[in-house]
Structures are given as structure tokens and as C-alpha cells.
Write a protein that binds this ligand. Structure first.
Ligand code: NAG
Ligand code: NAG
Ligand code: NAG
Ligand code: NAG
Ligand code: NAG
Length: 331
């Protein structure tokens, strides 16, 4: 009796497995073949080719409308600072052209850790839609009608376009409240004497480690020396009262040895490394900025929105920003 019951159960399971695999083998592939016929691929496939790490394909349940005209998008590359430029370039190019912007989910996931109201949709919204690869051009200059899409290369930096709407991009990159609260706590730690209320916080972003060899390779340049930071600090101390310097760096011990002796200098990450997200929040929370090079410090200074002293490095994007933004200077 028991045996027969087991047998029945076993047969039932086999039957269920057969039905499930029939559905999988025969129905889902049919669905895929339909989509794939004629070499037309979907934006879901397309998104995979834009990300540096493999991103899981997601089944699209809600079939929204597909783009009527071209779109603007970009390939992922680099770390937080680069990906902020990539996002901002898509954002600005969409404004300029009237095309719909879409970013790959890999960029969105990265930036969502830092910002709370990013408005550009991901390919998740149009994953089921067919993509016409041969309608893509690679720059605004090559684009000449609304059915064409634009795909920017990774590491794109478009300051002339993005900073046309500098207040709006600062708004777009609104930092998460948790990170802002944390960075305010850190600024308060930096204030040693509580008798003075009205401080001027000036961030110093010092990029060293791997960037030093990159500077040599790419720009044939030496890293900024201590004099650069000292002159910049001097500039702010002469101009503002009660200046507190907040140092953010990938090499805190170096900074500590050079500037730690000054009573109004606070080196962050001295005991344990802050996340890049928190470092960005700290830079953005300061009133003014000093930075040497690199897209991370560059964005910190843009978001802070104050006066900025940057290191004069020809062919670096900072010199383009310096020409556009009135409150950016070299020393
Ligand atoms: C679009 O621009 C390219 C140059 O970028 C040009 O060769 C091409 O003829 C233009 N196409 C149209 C339809 O205007
Ligand atoms: C642009 O796309 C629309 C709608 O898909 C189509 O009707 C039109 O013919 C296209 N125009 C060009 C120049 O390809
Ligand atoms: C605080 O300092 C800033 C800049 O140094 C100045 O513009 C502002 O008027 C000061 N506010 C007070 C209440 O002293
Ligand atoms: C300077 O930054 C601090 C910390 O973020 C802020 O509380 C203060 O309002 C800022 N001061 C000015 C004049 O913007
Ligand atoms: C930056 O340095 C170059 C020489 O490398 C010089 O010609 C240029 O005037 C400097 N720019 C500024 C704004 O000081």
C-alpha cells in the first residue's frame, strides 16, 4: 500500500518535471527566437554589452512603450568620478538633442549608492524593445536626425555641455541624507574650538597612489608637490576667516605627514578608510575646494559649488572646467 503510494507520487513528480521542462525547452526558446529573428536584438541584450561586469538579464514583466525616436546612452567605465561624468554626459546630451536618455543598470546601481533622486531611466524600462544597432552614432557631431541614437564611449567627459546647466546637475546629484548627516558629523569633529561658530570649510582632495604613475604615462607630468597645496591653503586663509581644511585622500599618511601639524587641518580616513560615497559627500559638504586632479575631486568641487583652486595640468579636463566656471582658478 505504502509502496503504491510512493510510486504514484514518484510518477506525479516525473510528470510535473516533464511539463516544466517542456514549457522551458519549447515555449521560452520560441519566445526568444521570435525576438531574435532577423538579427534584431533587444535593449536587454544591448545593456549587457555596455557594462564592464556582467549584469543579470531580467525578465521583463511589464511591457512599457518603446522609444519612438533615437535614444542617448553610454558605456560604463572607470570608478565613481568617471561614472558621474558618464551619467551627466547622457543627461546633458538628452537635453541638448531632445532624445530620450537611458543608462545601463550597472551605472545606475553604482550611482544609487550615493545619490537619491537620479532621474534617468535604465534599460530595464525598455528591455523588451528591439534595438537598431546600425542607427547608432558615437557623438553629438555625428548625429543629424531624430531617428538616430547616440552611444557615447566610456570615460566621456563633456564639461561644455554638462556645465551649461551646472545648478541642475548639482540638483540631479543630490546626495543621500544618511551620507550628508555622516559628513556633517565629520566636519564637526574637525572643529576643535567650539567658541567660534562661523567656520569656512575648505576641502583638499589629494590624489596619489596609482594616479602618480598614470600622470607620468598619460600627461608626462609629476604629481603636485607640497607647495601647490600650501599656496592654495594660503589663498583661502587670506581670503576667509576661521578656515578649517578637510583633507580627503587615497593616501592619508602622506597628507598627515605634510599637513597634520597645522591645527586647522583635519585628515579624514586616518584610522579607517571611508567609502568613496562618504568621501564624495564630505567634499560636497565643504564650502570651497582645493583639488589636484582626477574626476573624483573634480566632482567633489563641482558639487560643493564654491571657489575652487585646481592644479594647472594641461590637457586635463580641469582646465576645460576652469574656462567655463568663473569661480575656478589655478595657482
Ligand atoms: C549625417 O552626418 C554625417 C557626418 O557626420 C554625414 O556624412 C551624413 O551625410 C549626414 N546624413 C544626413 C542624412 O544628413
Ligand atoms: C523615423 O521613425 C519613424 C517612426 O519609427 C518613421 O516613420 C520614419 O520614417 C523614420 N524616419 C527616418 C528618416 O528614418
Ligand atoms: C560667516 O562667514 C561667511 C564667509 O566667511 C560670511 O559670508 C558670513 O557673512 C558670515 N556669517 C556670520 C553670521 O558671521
Ligand atoms: C559652509 O559649510 C557648512 C557645512 O556644510 C554649512 O553648514 C554652512 O552653511 C556653509 N556656509 C556657507 C556660507 O555656505
Ligand atoms: C598653465 O600652465 C601652462 C604651462 O604649462 C601655462 O602656459 C598656462 O598659462 C597656465 N595656466 C594658468 C591658468 O595659469
Amino acid at each position: 500500500m505504502l509502496n503504491t503510494n510512493h510510486n504514484l507520487l514518484f510518477k506525479g513528480i516525473i510528470l510535473a518535471l516533464c511539463v516544466i521542462s517542456f514549457v522551458h525547452v519549447f515555449l521560452f526558446p520560441l519566445y526568444d527566437i521570435n525576438v531574435g529573428r532577423g538579427g534584431v536584438r533587444t535593449y536587454m541584450d544591448f545593456e549587457q554589452s555596455l557594462c564592464t561586469n556582467n549584469i543579470k538579464k531580467r525578465r521583463v514583466w511589464r511591457l512599457g512603450r518603446c522609444p519612438q525616436y533615437g535614444i542617448v546612452t553610454i558605456m560604463q567605465g572607470g570608478r565613481l568620478g568617471n561614472q558621474m561624468w558618464e551619467y551627466a554626459s547622457v543627461w546633458a546630451l538628452a537635453r541638448r538633442t531632445g532624445l530620450e536618455p537611458y543608462i545601463p543598470r550597472c551605472i545606475k546601481i553604482k550611482l544609487d549608492q550615493v545619490f537619491e533622486q537620479l532621474s534617468i531611466p535604465t534599460f530595464g524600462e525598455i528591455g523588451h524593445c528591439p534595438v537598431e544597432i546600425n542607427h547608432f552614432v558615437k557623438s553629438l557631431e555625428a548625429w543629424n536626425y531624430t531617428n538616430q541614437s547616440i552611444i557615447l564611449p566610456r570615460y566621456s567627459i563633456q564639461p561644455e555641455l554638462v556645465l551649461t546647466w551646472v545648478q541642475d546637475i548639482i540638483q540631479e546629484f543630490t546626495i543621500r541624507k544618511k551620507l550628508l548627516q555622516k559628513s556633517q558629523q565629520i566636519l564637526h569633529l574637525a572643529v576643535k574650538s567650539s567658541s567660534v561658530r562661523n567656520h569656512t570649510f575648505v576641502s583638499i582632495h589629494v590624489r596619489r597612489t596609482d594616479y602618480i604613475s598614470y600622470l607620468m604615462r598619460k600627461h608626462n607630468a609629476k604629481p603636485a608637490d607640497v607647495d601647490f597645496y600650501k599656496s592654495a591653503m594660503n589663498f583661502f586663509e587670506t581670503k576667509y576667516r576661521n578656515v578649517i581644511f578637510i583633507v580627503v585622500s587615497d593616501d592619508p599618511p602622506w597628507c598627515w605627514r605634510r599637513f597634520g601639524f597645522k591645527s586647522n587641518v583635519y585628515v579624514t580616513s586616518k584610522y579607517h578608510r571611508n567609502s568613496p560615497a562618504l568621501d564624495m559627500a564630505i567634499l560636497a559638504s565643504c564650502n570651497h575646494s582645493i583639488y589636484d586632479y582626477g574626476t573624483f575631486g573634480e566632482w567633489g568641487a563641482i558639487l560643493a559649488g564654491g571657489e575652487t583652486i585646481y592644479y594647472n595640468l594641461s590637457h586635463h579636463s580641469s582646465s576645460r572646467l576652469g574656462r567655463i566656471l568663473k569661480n575656478w582658478h589655478t595657482i
